[in-house]
Design a protein around this ligand. Structure first.
Ligand code: COA
Length: 324
């Protein structure tokens, strides 16, 4: 038995923050941000919350799949920006969409979260105990940014994406293979504290660490090494060449990272669709946001072979091989 994607959805806040807007807030420029990252603008939540955006994306995915909320028996939300420790974001979304039979929980694996959430859903569904799942990535990372730190605040944006997964007996379609890892030894190069990360320092002052802190160059080096390795492992294990894959749907962190992965795999950049110019890095939401855009625009077609690949805090990284 395999699990397959039968619907996609996304939700982006209306409020747009351009690079020029940012250049009025910190010492940066549209030119610097564009050339270093490929990002031109991002969406920033005002009224929207992690769960309201997740619910918006979920409703659209359910509509596309022609499935009622009541039929869903599993909801997993990948997020690092949940409003509550409990109830979890998935339970709040459950209530919004009337999925009264669903088991609900969140996973926290930063920008790799959506890959891990799909993998967990797949494993649970393959037991036969769960038949229809919603897997959602939703983030309000704008609430975790130090808006005076130009090296980080220009990179991120808010949004949500969702897929409906279903058990499928049919013709080789679905999640074929996966390859996911963590390396806690390097975790401190990309951090975001919670309340418990506050520390009283030796001189008695309180040091809070509730914003995203990053060694950009270390993260860059990690991503351009580990992502192609993970993809190559999947290709080799499934006797595929890089050309056999129709699209590589990567976490939308940085255009230069994606270009480097394409180069290392010797694959045309045309196979690496991007929308980070419009949304920035939306962490766990970036892959399902892009999946929905590609599906809505009929770029992705039934039968396409795709690899989804995420990387980020943990450090963590991983890829899924899927026949649509
Ligand atoms: N605007 C203008 N200048 C900036 C800036 C900004 N927003 N941010 C940093 N700079 C400056 C730095 O202060 C530094 O100045 P200096 O040379 O006078 O010291 C200079 O630009 C170069 O900084 P550096 O950090 O070396 O830039 P970089 O080329 O490594 O690019 C990143 C920085 C963050 C774009 C890059 O490291 C990156 O993309 N890393 C991966 C980040 C990522 O994707 N994280 C999320 C993963 S899930």
């Amino acid at each position: 038995m395999k699990t397959r994607i039968v619907g996609t959805g996304n939700y982006l806040p209306d409020n747009v923050l351009t690079n020029d807007d940012l250049s009025k807030m910190v010492d940066t420029s549209d030119e610097w941000i564009r050339t270093r990252t490929g990002i031109c603008q991002r969406r920033i939540a005002k009224e929207d919350t992690t769960y309201s955006m997740g619910a918006g994306a979920a409703k659209e995915a359910l509509k596309q799949a022609e499935i009622a909320g009541e039929e869903i028996d599993l909801i997993i939300v990948a997020t690092s920006s949940a409003e509550y420790a409990f109830p979890n974001t998935a339970s709040l979304i459950q209530s919004e969409i009337g999925a009264k039979h669903a088991l609900c929980f969140d996973v926290s694996v930063a920008c790799t979260g959506f890959i891990v959430a799909m993998s967990i859903a797949d494993s649970m569904m393959c037991t036969g105990n769960y038949r229809k799942a919603l897997v959602i990535g939703s983030e309000v990372l704008s609430s975790q940014l130090d808006w005076s730190d130009r090296s980080v605040c220009v990179l991120f944006g808010d949004g949500a994406g969702a897929v409906v997964m279903e058990n499928s007996e049919s013709d080789g379609c679905g999640l074929i293979d996966q390859e996911i890892h963590s390396d806690g030894n390097k975790g401190m190069v990309l951090t975001c504290g919670k309340n418990t990360a506050d520390r009283i320092t030796a001189d008695g002052t309180l040091r809070t660490n509730q914003t995203i802190q990053m060694n950009g160059q270390e993260v860059f080096k990690f991503a351009v090494k580990k992502v192609p390795e993970s993809i190559q492992t999947l290709l080799d294990r499934n006797h595929l060449s890089a050309e056999d894959v129709d699209y590589y749907i990567l976490h939308q962190a940085n255009k230069r990272i994606i270009e480097s992965v394409a180069k290392r795999l010797h694959v045309s950049i045309e196979k690496f669709p991007m929308n980070l110019d419009r949304y920035g890095n939306t962490s766990a939401a970036s892959i399902p946001i892009l999946l929905h855009e590609l599906s809505r625009e009929h770029i992705l077609k039934p039968g396409n072979l795709v690899i989804l690949s995420g990387f980020g805090g943990g450090l963590s990284w991983g890829s899924l091989l899927i026949r649509l």
